[in-house]
Ligand binder design. Structure first.
Ligand SMILES: [Zn+2]
Length: 200
């Protein structure tokens, strides 16, 4: 069984699939953002399943609040990020994942180390402290576990690490979306479209 790569960054720039609007506080977009970014941190690719979600994941303002207070509740300015990346980024400006594919900026090797592929990758690593020694060890732990699970055909373990979380967003609509979805605009379009339990 070929092992999935838990730290393969997207090969294409991100295109928003959801477009909710009308909320008064940015935290109210959380469920949409979880689905939008496949239940993982956009910067380090840590997945919800690998930790305690409520304490470890946050909402990041791509354009920092201090610089663009007009975008504080603008969905397109919000990212789903782990608390470590969110606090590390703080008010820094980093390459926009809508404008450049992080997969062309960053590469993670099997030993857990991360390397820049271009100047944008260098900025991401430096601003987000992605090359921190503890993060390298953590990546190696996850990579090794996933590879061993695949090697021994342990599907349950693979699902645990690479599948979707059990607490998918509720299907109830809270607000109208300005974009149309084949599945009707529910927050977890991605989750249902996946069919199988595994996310990309
Ligand atoms: Zn992160």
């Amino acid at each position: 069984m070929r092992a999935p790569d838990p730290f393969h960054y997207p090969d294409e720039p991100h295109v928003r699939r959801h477009g909710p609007q009308g909320y008064t506080h940015y935290r109210q977009y959380r469920e949409w953002l979880r689905d939008e970014f496949r239940f993982r941190c956009v910067f380090c690719l840590a997945r919800e399943q690998w930790g305690q979600v409520k304490s470890l994941f946050d909402i990041d303002h791509f354009q920092p609040r201090v610089l663009r207070p007009d975008l504080v509740v603008d969905y397109d300015n919000l990212l789903y990020a782990c608390r470590t990346c969110n606090s590390g980024k703080s008010s820094a400006l980093v390459p926009d994942l809508h404008g450049c594919a992080y997969g062309r900026c960053l590469r993670v090797h099997d030993d857990g180390t991360i390397h820049p592929l271009n100047p944008e990758g260098r900025i991401l690593i430096d601003e987000l402290d992605l090359d921190d020694s503890q993060r390298n060890v953590f990546r190696k732990l996850i990579i090794t576990t996933v590879q061993l699970a695949a090697k021994h055909g342990q599907q349950d373990l693979l699902e645990l690490y690479m599948g979707l979380p059990s607490n998918l967003p509720a299907r109830s609509e809270k607000t109208a979306s300005r974009r149309q979805f084949a599945a009707g605009g529910s927050p977890h379009v991605m989750a249902r479209a996946a069919g199988a339990r595994r996310s990309a």
